[in-house]
Design a binder for this molecule. Structure first.
Ligand SMILES: Cc1cc2nc3c(=O)[nH]c(=O)nc-3n(C[C@H](O)[C@H](O)[C@H](O)COP(=O)(O)OP(=O)(O)OC[C@H]3O[C@@H](n4cnc5c(N)ncnc54)[C@H](O)[C@@H]3O)c2cc1C
Length: 353
């Protein structure tokens, strides 16, 4: 998110300094790895609009940086008919292409799956390459004049008169506005400065499973068991990730709660066994023994809505609750607008909720 804000503001000719505590390409936050689901399939219009806006912005970034980031191989939702109806209605409201397939037809089309009912298919969905996206955003922001400083941990943020003062290890940066997109570290960094909704920081651990038939096609997917689109309504999600050795499958929001500055626990074998059981039951086209495991942080708000707001001289982007990546360029645009003093009308993103 911070890299996307820097890209947008640098494109507008603003003077930007980006501060990152770790080195480029680190794997200690929420944005590393080669695969994230890209989907338009939300029941809430705010998210559908942001996903639709993100699509051409991803393409613009690809053109600017000369890299492939977004592959639209299709995305499916299955399980709860209540959720499928809600998503289907949103697709209709926004004039988006979608098809509802019967179980048998869907299993013919995606032989690696075992469904328990109809499947909603969205051809616009697919996957984004997170590592490629970050490289492109940071490279483009720097090329457009932003000063991107790595290994520069921010120790504190102070609001002073008509501006802000940001202390990093050994340096002070003075600016008109600060945009804080520190994900798992955000509550700590803003403590005593701006109140934000409570966030649970968890270490999630999706795993990679190799296809048994190399020719099979794998759309990105979400399997709903509940009637909402919250983490507790997910059975599992998945995204094809050829660069990571197969299909990434994960539980959503079931990770261990951690302190991001503390020791990172090793992957939990019980959760991995649960994923393998899920694969055996619902994804017979995959080898249930994982070929790899990833650890990655979520910053979960209670309602799983984002925090995208401005309070005085401080712009806040956080609480992306495990579903923010697809929106990176459009949320980046919202945050850049807020830095420029342009408010948005998305009430659910308020920091004061
Ligand atoms: C396992 C997993 C699967 C996911 N799957 C999907 C998916 O399929 N689709 C989707 O849309 N989204 C998905 N997401 C969510 C998405 O990846 C995140 O919402 C998004 O990457 C968050 O970006 P961010 O910039 O807020 O966080 P981060 O990338 O963590 O950025 C925060 C940065 O702030 C830096 N920082 C923190 N404190 C300081 C400090 N004091 N000084 C300097 N720098 C600091 C950190 O080092 C970090 O680099 C998934 C997330 C995970 C973890």
């Amino acid at each position: 998110m911070g890299s996307a804000v820097a890209w947008h503001l640098a494109r507008r000719g603003r003077r930007v300094v980006g501060l990152e505590q770790f080195e480029p390409g680190h794997d200690l936050g929420g944005s590393h790895g080669r695969s994230r689901i890209f989907r338009l399939a939300y029941g809430q219009d705010d998210y559908v609009r942001l996903a639709v806006e993100a699509l051409p912005l991803w393409r613009a970034l690809e053109d600017e940086a000369g890299v492939e980031i977004l592959v639209q191989g299709g995305a499916i939702d299955h399980g709860s008919s209540v959720v499928l109806d809600r998503i289907g209605a949103a697709f209709a409201r926004h004039g988006l292409e979608a098809a509802l397939l019967g179980q048998a037809e869907a299993e013919r089309r995606w032989a690696g799956f075992r469904f328990d009912g109809p499947v909603l298919y969205s051809p616009d969905g697919g996957r984004t390459d997170a590592d490629a996206a970050l490289f492109a955003l940071q490279q483009r922001a720097a090329a457009l004049g932003a000063e991107m400083r790595f290994s520069s941990p921010v120790r504190s943020v102070h609001v002073r008169g008509e501006g802000v003062v940001v202390e990093t290890g050994g340096d002070t940066v003075e600016a008109d506005v600060v945009v804080v997109t520190a994900n798992a570290w955000l509550p700590k960094l803003l403590s005593g400065i701006v109140e934000v909704p409570p966030m649970r920081i968890t270490q999630e651990q999706p795993a990679f499973f190799a296809p048994l038939d190399g020719a099979a096609t794998w759309p990105s997917f979400i399997h709903y068991v509940g009637e909402g689109q919250l983490a507790s309504d997910f059975a599992a999600y998945g995204v094809p990730s050829p660069a990571e050795g197969g299909v990434k499958v994960g539980e959503h929001g079931t990770g261990i709660e951690i302190d991001p500055d503390g020791e990172r626990p090793p992957p939990d074998p019980v959760r991995i066994e649960r994923l393998s059981d899920y694969v055996r039951l619902h994804l017979p086209g995959l080898n249930p023994d994982p070929s790899g495991i990833s650890r990655c942080l979520y910053d979960m708000t209670a309602d799983e809505d984002f925090v995208v707001d401005r309070v005085g001289r401080v712009v806040i982007g956080g609480g992306f609750s495990g579903h923010g990546f697809k929106f990176v360029p459009s949320v980046g645009r919202l945050l850049a607008d807020l830095a420029d003093g342009i408010p948005h009308q998305i009430g659910r993103f308020s920091a004061r909720r």
